[in-house]
Design a protein around this ligand. Structure first.
Ligand SMILES: [Zn+2]
Length: 280
């Protein structure tokens, strides 16, 4: 039904750029996605859109059904995902209003999110050295947005203390948000290309001359820059190749440790391992 997925973050709750729209509500082995998935045509592609926090923004970052969202998109045929998110800036150069394509990720969540499709008797370890698809990042970067930043994912829902913000800065982290973990890792386990477009909305709370982050500040900057984000997304989707072959699509080839004879067929299908043969 769709070849490209878009996960909308704070401020992006629908994709009015889609035409010939239909709405689907798939159920998954991991429960329901964040909300109905809108499927429509855009720039020659069939695009599936889901609002990460649900319509009306009702799901905390810790409550988002990340596995159901990724599973449902894959079940619709999606092989590449653009994820949009609002982030705070931990570095002077990422000014509010900047659109950034992160290239690295640090997990500061608290381990309470379901973060893998493995388990229940099947052990797998996917490579995450480069957590974002380099090919899909190029589609976003072709629009001239800022290249490269390390995204620090915190649990939330509270914003950071000033001491935490300064600690992350001392580690060289650039952006702070609450949703890239486990979304990026789940996309990798689902063998999907995944790249993120981050809209900087504030300077978190470390900056001496800027107001500390509030929900009002995030929403205000988001509204002011939403059209720019939509333009970048449109251009990136226009350039995306529907028939692309990418290393992301074979990320499980050398990832599974479990004896293949012990993996039930149902589990193979659920994990996307139907055609998988062990490499060792
Ligand atoms: Zn890829």
């Amino acid at each position: 039904m769709a070849d490209i997925g878009v996960i909308g973050g704070s401020g992006l709750y629908d994709l009015d750029l889609l035409q010939e729209v239909e709405t689907v509500t798939p159920s998954t082995p991991y429960g329901d996605p964040s909300g109905p998935i809108t499927v429509g045509t855009m720039a020659g592609h069939r695009v599936a859109f889901v609002a990460r926090h649900g319509s009306g923004h009702r799901l905390l970052p810790s409550e988002v059904p990340y596995r159901a969202n990724i599973f449902a998109l894959r079940a619709l045929g999606v092989r590449q995902i653009f994820a949009i998110s609002a982030v705070g800036s931990l570095a002077e150069r990422y000014t509010p209003g900047t659109l950034v394509v992160p290239d690295q990720l640090v997990d500061r969540t608290k381990g309470i999110r379901a973060g893998t499709f493995f388990g229940d008797g099947v052990v797998g370890h996917v490579p995450m050295a480069d957590p974002y698809c380099s090919r899909l990042r190029k589609d976003l970067l072709s629009t001239g947005v800022t290249d490269g930043a390390t995204y620090c994912c915190i649990e939330g829902p509270q914003f950071s203390t000033r001491a935490e913000s300064n600690l992350y800065r001392s580690w060289g982290l650039d952006l702070i948000g609450m949703t890239a973990v486990p979304e990026a890792a789940l996309a990798r386990e689902a063998q999907l290309c995944y790249a993120s477009l981050a809209l900087v909305t504030d300077y978190d709370c470390w900056h001496d001359s800027a107001a500390s982050v509030t929900v009002d500040l995030v929403a205000q900057t988001m509204r002011a820059n939403l059209n720019a984000a939509r333009e970048v997304l449109t251009t990136a989707i226009t350039q995306a190749d529907p028939d692309v072959r990418c290393t992301c699509h074979t990320s499980l080839t050398s990832a599974v440790m479990t004896d293949p004879a012990l993996i039930p067929d149902e589990t193979r299908t659920r994990l996307g391992l139907s055609s998988w043969q062990p490499q060792h």
